[in-house]
Design a protein around this ligand. Structure first.
Ligand code: NAP
Length: 539
């Protein structure tokens, strides 16, 4: 059996893992990244379903740490598709010469900590043993933990079936097929318009109607690209200093105190501009005031009436039982319009619940839909799932899954008490759930690399989060969300509602990326005084 001695291990070679590997290697550490898939890219390696694309504008969906990369890379569309993002991440991997330190097709199966040596011992899926001082979890908040819907018989279906989060690499044909789509979140709503163009029939099994805003994706013209490149430092300063990692500022007026004409003007201009700014640049109180939120919902409902020909279908497509923006916003092109096609049928499974999946298709209380293909766009065991699926034990041998069984506990979403020298990028209770990912992960990577550098310079063998500080961090995260309408959404992954038995709590810090940056900088400037720092023996 091979044995590898390292200073640091990075788990995952997606957006976070690649940058982490680059940083730690530049600091002179012996470091390797382990990636379970045969290629780099993380989320974008796996989420290659039809229509998959990002909903952050491309100029903000990239790394900002390298001027050279910002100069060299050119995005082709306003919202980049999965394959373009994957090309970008491969380009960065080659540009930074990262491949030689990435071990592909190899999972970290177990992680055990030895307090006498203050080192982790890891076992990999191909039988290697790795010892390391630091372990950085760059597993992402979603893609490592796709979930199937909680429906009887998913293993019985005789046709093709695919989960959007684990889409096959070989081409999938929809032509002439009868397709069932389960799930209408960000993934399902992107799948529908693409698949509907080729399929014989598409049955959309909708439980909770999403509020879908048009993305208005378009090719980027050379002038726009030139302008972005000429101003990227300013753009990135604004993105990093914004609350959501993208410089959209909410309108400072209150929706309820603004005249109807002025409200309509703002909503219409944001609807026409497209993308998530429809919600993010709207009135600041739509997240905190139900009446303000209702006004925005009414606008979306009127848009659905305009876009959908059949008034009965339009009615079913309207979300009523949760405020807009309290589930992850959905933005894509052609979603509502797809329901005007003769080959698309909306099945309201709230009114007529799915009873089981059979060999032939989907059975509801009143009908059976015969299908050739089932697409599960049923989401992920978010934030905690990618961690609890691994066999990681604390220094006293308690599995992380057990530690978090009644609720997640972290300090700053970056560390966990009892798990020294283990760090998380975009982990639970970090700002990841509401942020544009790249600035959020860059912030995490940079804090972790500074922390590891500090430990090296000061002969510190172990850094461990304080339990009381972690309790206070969790309280702060939960308190922040109580001032918003987010808890009113009862089927959201933001609060663990989508996984049966998962504790219902906010899975992120929603106080803003900018505020979070200040908080973690203060912790670093204090010499990490909130942590238990253990020196190397003899120093
Ligand atoms: P999701 O938002 O969690 O949506 C899952 C869907 O499956 C929901 O519509 C859910 O209905 C439905 N569902 C689950 N179990 C069901 C059941 N038993 N019967 C019927 N319906 C069921 O998952 P997602 O769409 O994959 O998106 C997850 C996250 O990934 C997003 O929120 C976003 O953060 C990210 N993402 C981003 C993009 C982008 O940038 N454009 C694209 C895709 C994904 P209920 O709502 O009733 O539970």
């Amino acid at each position: 059996m091979e044995r590898m001695e390292l200073d640091a291990v990075v788990v995952g070679a997606g957006f976070s893992g690649l940058y982490m590997l680059h940083k730690l290697r530049s600091q002179g550490l012996r470091v390797k990244a382990f990636e379970s898939e045969p290629g780099v890219g993380g989320t974008w390696y796996k989420n290659r379903y039809p229509g998959a694309r990002c909903d952050s504008e491309s100029e903000f969906y990239c790394y900002s740490f390298s001027d050279e990369i910002l100069e060299e890379w050119e995005w082709s569309e306003k919202f980049p598709a999965w394959d373009e993002i994957l090309r970008y991440l491969n380009y960065v991997t080659d540009k930074l010469n990262l491949r030689e330190d990435i071990i592909l097709s190899t999972r970290i199966d177990t992680a055990r900590y030895d307090e006498t040596t203050e080192r982790w011992t890891l076992a990999t899926s191909d039988g290697q043993t790795v010892t390391t001082q630091h372990i950085v979890m760059a597993v992402g908040p979603l893609s490592a933990a796709p979930i199937m819907p909680n429906i009887k018989g998913t293993d019985k279906f005789g046709g093709e079936s695919y989960h959007t989060g684990a889409w096959p690499h070989d081409p999938v044909s929809y032509k002439g097929k009868r397709i069932g789509l389960i799930g209408t979140g960000s993934s399902g709503s992107q799948v529908l318009p693409v698949v509907a163009k080729e399929a014989k029939e598409v049955y959309v099994f909708q439980r909770t109607p999403p509020y879908v805003t048009p993305a208005r994706n378009r090719p980027l013209d050379p002038e726009y690209i030139r302008d972005v490149k000429a101003n990227y430092r300013d753009l990135w300063d604004r993105a990093r200093n914004s609350s959501r990692g993208i410089p959209y500022n909410a309108d400072p007026r209150s929706a309820v105190k603004t005249s109807k004409e002025d409200r309509e003007e703002l909503f219409e201009s944001l609807w026409q501009a497209g993308g998530n700014q429809f919600i993010r640049k709207s009135f600041h109180d739509i997240f905190t005031n139900q009446d303000s939120n209702d006004i925005l919902v009414d606008f979306v409902h009127r848009k659905i009436d305009e876009l959908v020909d059949d008034p009965k279908v339009a009615e079913k497509l309207k979300g009523h039982d949760y405020p807009i923006g309290t589930k992850r916003p959905v933005t894509t092109d052609g979603y509502y319009e797809a329901f005007n096609r003769d080959n698309v049928t909306l099945v309201d499974v709230r009114a007529d619940p799915i009873s089981e999946i059979t060999e032939k298709g989907v059975k509801t209380g009143t009908a059976e839909y015969e299908l050739d293909m089932l697409v599960y766009a049923s989401g992920f065991d978010s934030s905690t799932g990618p961690f609890t699926r691994m066999d990681i034990q604390s220094k006293d041998g308690t599995p992380l899954k057990e530690v978090w069984k009644d609720g997640v506990r972290t300090y700053l979403g970056l560390t966990v008490p009892g798990f020294p020298n283990m760090y998380m990028i975009c982990g639970p209770q970090s700002p990841a759930i509401l942020s544009n990912a790249p600035p959020c992960l860059e912030q995490g990577v940079e804090w972790i690399s500074d922390c590891i550098e500090y430990m090296k310079k000061n002969d510190i063998a172990a850094l461990e989060a304080d339990s009381q500080k972690a309790v206070e961090w969790g309280e702060l995260c939960n308190e922040l969300v109580e001032h918003t309408l987010i808890p009113k959404a009862k089927t959201s992954w933001f609060m663990g509602h989508n996984v049966p038995g998962k504790p219902k709590e906010i899975l992120g810090y929603i106080g803003g990326l900018n505020k979070f940056g200040d908080l973690i900088d203060d912790v670093a400037s204090s010499g990490y005084e909130d942590f238990d720092l253990r020196r190397k023996s003899g120093s």
